[in-house]
Design a protein around this ligand. Sequence first.
Ligand code: 9MR
Length: 485
Amino acid sequence: MSMTKGRRHLGHRTVGAVALALALVTGGFLADTHVRGATPVSAEEAAQAQQATLRELADQRGVRMGTAIASHHLNQSDYARTAAAEFNSITHENDLKWETVQPQQGQFNWTNADRIVEFAEQNDQMIHGHTLVWHSQLPSWVADGNFTPDQLRGVMRDHINTTMGRYRGQIDTWDVVNEPIGDDARFRDSVFHRTLGVDFIAESFRMARAADPNARLFINDYNIDGINAKSNAYYDLVRDLLAQGVPIDGIGMQGHLISGQLPSDIQQNIQRFADLGLEVMITELDIRIQMPATQQKLEQQARDYETVANACYAVSGCSGVIVWGVTDAYSWVPDHFSGEGAALPIDENYQPKPAYWALHEVLGGDGGPVDPPPTEEPTDPPTDPPVGDCEASYQVVGEWNDGFQAEVTVTAGSNLTGWTVTWSFTGGEGVSHAWNASVSSSGSNITATNVAHNGTLSSGQSTTFGFVGTHNGTVGTPQLTCASS
Ligand code: 9MR
């Protein structure tokens, strides 16, 4: 299903009729939509439109279409109305985290968490519980605690039992362990890992199963949406946990993504975890763009939302998508990524963006009103096909103290049955481990060749491989050479 197909032109139903019908019947955010050329709405049109919220489409398909919310916004009517009308699942963005729920040992504060659970119950919504054992937003009495292993187990068990116990029967999926692996694909340092070693993960899941035997238990992280070193580490971890009989039911791929830079293998990645017998969820989707947002960037973002949602809904083990906020007005993105924003499907005035209509169409809706009129914005010049066998482009996608992650996209200029990309690092960088290519080094000279599944490319087709590298201060962009092999 493509966005261009979904961007309907007049002749289907008029924009005015759809928007007005939606405004009349849902009382949702479209109530403020500018209705162009509004015409009287027939009962039939109103009835059709009434089925058109994301929530209703998701319910019809039996999938999750959720959002994260903050209790302190729920007294704003636009916010609460949109959260209730558009989503069938709610997650506490911050109000269920350890520092909020148990800021001091044994002192539990449920005010904000309860408020959200009550909201979800009033609106007949599912709740995805976020989160129990996480190194971040952890009160200092735990994070800096000097516990023996048994003491820490006691602290974890108490927190898990009390929190899951309070919402037993109300919250039936939980992020039990959040973000235990870093971007370098190694286990993160935390009080849990320091004190209990990697077993803290298995122990957390066993405690959670005991606390609520009916809840489905997830591990959750970011940058594991495509196939890369970190998601490979997760694959090995959950496969081993399952083999040991650890009660883990699902994996959450958070989906904090950059528009135009999505991994190309999201569906393949979801599928391999589903093939392990796990439920997969996209738990925190947002796709940020460089501000200011233009129509062209919003259309690209819509294609990105479509890609992610399609990748999930195409895999039977993927139960749904949760977006990380109701409106761009309160997204975490601008506070954390300077110059970036507009990452959600609904804008700061509660208006649907192209990304909203992309989700709508993926869920089986009509994809919304007509295209906006063509804009005068410059379009990117068409990219020339590669001259010669192939071309390769290089992108650094993450960087930390002594490491970095990069992706290389190979585009064929003619039909290929194998390819080799070579480059030289000039700043002392090295490759430590790679995926989707076989990589060898000789000093600073690197040679990457295809693996079995991505050597055959027809002219114009692309494939991407990646690696985690080391550096001593400089992460450059080398010149690449690509040839058939
Ligand atoms: O959206 C949350 C933001 O309001 C908080 O300031 C931030 C603090 O770490 O956490 C954000 O939510 C995070 C989530 O709990 C776990 N995955 C990454 C999310 C974005 O940082």
